[in-house]
Design a protein around this ligand. Structure first.
Ligand SMILES: Nc1ncnc2c1ncn2[C@@H]1O[C@H](COP(=O)(O)OP(=O)(O)OP(=O)(O)O)[C@@H](O)[C@H]1O
Length: 251
């Protein structure tokens, strides 16, 4: 469903992504790993439209998306979460989910200024969908609390659910387990499978190798901006190049 061919992204003299090619298959959890600074977040920024690639092509659901704006790519069915928690902390939990639906709301500015019947109906439908999504991650009971009052792990779950609110076909998750305790990681693990069951494919960056090796169907490894290896989790775990990159030595 996502195909990246020979993607290169330069920041001045620094080549953050160097001739990277990869595929994300529908219904699968595809992982992107690599040491700090390898270029993983930059890669997400390129495919989600934050950066325009220096060269290379990105095809999503059969259409070229390189050079499109983030909102256009989101409307085509790709959403993402960020490494740093990016919620509206003073807004309620349910409102944070509704923010993620915004590109899909059909009624425009004038409708919202005058609150037409259609707009009110759409707002009600949005609330209902937001509740259903909160139920999906076990946060329905916290719907009217401030997002900032949730635990760290719950805030990360809320971010994922906000990412699902636009009804994506693919969600990009940037280090969702960062800062989570072991119980929250187990919940995340289970949530990832349930996201797949909803028909949403996953591309995930994660430093937690236990989690990654447990859930990923296929892995890509970046090192110094280049693709170092790709394969199943067992292939990656036994790949000498990967072991060397992670240990940082020859032994
Ligand atoms: N906007 C930018 N301008 C210039 N250089 C950047 C920019 N964003 C990232 N870089 C550089 O690009 C390289 C790749 O960074 P990136 O954040 O993509 O790595 P990463 O693999 O996601 O690392 P981490 O695991 O630490 O998040 C780094 O050398 C970084 O300093």
């Amino acid at each position: 469903m996502l195909q990246v061919d020979h993607l290169t992204l330069k920041f001045g003299g620094l080549i953050a992504n160097n001739d990277v090619s990869m595929r994300v298959q529908e219904g699968k959890i595809t992982g992107l790993i690599g040491p700090n600074g390898a270029g993983k977040t930059t890669f997400f920024n390129s495919i989600s439209g934050v950066y325009k690639p220096t060269s290379g092509t990105i095809t999503f659901l059969g259409k070229r998306i390189d050079g499109l704006q983030p909102y256009q790519i989101n409307q085509m069915g790709m959403s993402r979460t960020y490494q740093v928690i990016n919620l509206f902390k003073k807004m309620s939990v349910v409102e944070n989910v509704m923010v993620g639906m915004h590109p899909h709301m059909k009624q425009g500015y004038f409708a919202s200024a005058f609150k037409t019947v259609a707009e009110r109906r759409e707002e009600r439908e949005c609330y209902e969908r937001a509740y259903e999504l909160l139920d999906f991650v076990g946060l329905k009971g916290r719907a009217f609390e401030q997002a900032g009052s949730l635990s760290y792990g719950q805030q990360r779950h809320l971010e994922i659910v906000r990412g699902l609110a636009s009804n994506p076909k693919l969600i990009l998750l940037d280090e969702p387990a960062a800062g989570m305790n072991s119980k929250e990681k187990e919940e995340l693990n289970e949530l990832l499978y349930r996201i797949i069951d909803r028909g949403v494919s996953i591309l995930i960056i994660e430093h937690d190798m236990k989690l990654m090796m447990g859930v990923a169907d296929y892995l890509y490894v970046l090192n110094y901006g280049k693709l170092l290896a790709e394969g199943t989790t067992s292939e990656i775990q036994t790949n000498p190049e990967v072991i060397k990159a992670y240990l940082g030595g020859d032994e």
